[in-house]
Design a protein. Structure first.
Length: 250
């Protein structure tokens, strides 16, 4: 982490420690709008560590539940306020033509992590549909069908939700043939038995494959453009006669 990023993380954390939501939000949002930090680095190096520290402090009894709520709501405000920067980044990436529905399964309240994941899909050129926390199973199915998505991504933070999640994923697969169903989130860092590797999403791998495919597509289009340029140059080499004849005509 660069010194500036570390400084920003400390400023936002200090403001939240003082329960000063306005300063925390303004500091983070201005850092993005001034170009001091980009959104992926803000998430990775400032917001995620800050929330994890808040959770650790709560578990250690050093932070109250309301302070944890205050911090996570301030982070939510920051995330929504930098969404236009996410959309600019999305507009600059070639569209993948793929779409993803992101939801927390029933009874899972932790949706902030998944909200950040949605932005990463957006920035990689996917079309995203984010449904948030505690989404009823049938609504996930209906939305996936109505929107015709290519993939459904579910997040779980609490490991005691994993048994129910296994059931949901199996049912989703049966109800949505041809749709990729992936899971992820902190619960999988605690327990992963009973899950296949291809079910637990490796986001970096998926999005870097997509980046590589997009780069290859760009190269192909550059090659096509070069071929077109070369063909044009060859035509131009023949052209003097024609141009000359045009001139003569004129
Ligand atoms: C904020 C918070 C809450 C908020 C949630 C706000 C919200 N809408 O999201 C509220 C107050 C609602 C809450 C409630 C509870 N919480 Co809570 N909470 C947290 C806290 C402090 C931060 C979570 C967070 O937002 N993290 C920041 C995000 C950005 O990080 P992340 O979730 O890890 O996500 C990142 C990656 O994991 C990944 N990711 C996430 N999802 C996915 C999905 C895919 C597919 C992929 C590829 C990647 C991915 O991408 C993200 C970006 O890098 C954590 C502490 C911690 N260590 O995280 C506890 C924590 C998750 N909570 C915990 C608990 C126990 C609870 C409660 C049961 C408390 C209670 N007794 O009521 C309830 C559960 C409610 C429920 N039914 O789900 C425990 C979970 C323990 C466990 N191992 O199961 C934690 C770890 C706290 C602790 N240290 O014990 N909580």
């Amino acid at each position: 982490m660069g010194e500036d990023t570390e400084g920003l993380r400390r400023q936002v954390a200090a403001a939240l420690k003082e329960h000063d939501r306005a300063t925390a939000v303004r500091t983070a949002v201005e850092a993005v709008s001034s170009g001091a930090i980009d959104v992926p680095a803000l998430y990775r190096e400032v917001l995620v560590p800050l929330l994890h520290e808040t959770g650790d402090a709560w578990r250690a009894g050093a932070t109250t539940v309301w302070e944890e709520h205050l911090a996570s709501q301030a982070v939510r405000s920051i995330v929504e306020l930098v969404y236009p920067a996410v959309l600019r980044s999305k507009a600059a990436s070639p569209p993948t033509g793929r779409s993803v529905l992101l939801a927390c399964p029933p009874e899972e309240a932790h949706d902030l992590g998944l909200r950040l994941v949605a932005d990463r899909f957006d920035m990689a050129g996917w079309t995203t549909y984010f449904l948030g926390a505690d989404t009823p199973f049938d609504e996930i199915v209906d939305a996936a069908r109505a929107l015709g998505v290519d993939a459904v991504v579910l997040s779980s933070s609490t490991h005691f939700h994993l048994v129910a999640l296994r059931r949901h994923v199996d049912r989703l697969r049966a109800e949505l043939p041809g749709v990729d169903v992936w899971v992820g989130g902190p619960a999988f860092a605690v327990a992963r038995s009973g899950w296949r590797d291809d079910e637990v999403l490796d986001l970096d791998a998926l999005l870097s494959d997509a980046d590589a495919a997009a780069a290859a597509a760009r190269e192909d289009s550059v090659d096509v453009a070069h071929a077109a340029d070369e063909a044009e140059a060859a035509d131009a080499a023949d052209a003097p006669h024609e141009a000359g004849s045009e001139e003569q005509k004129a």
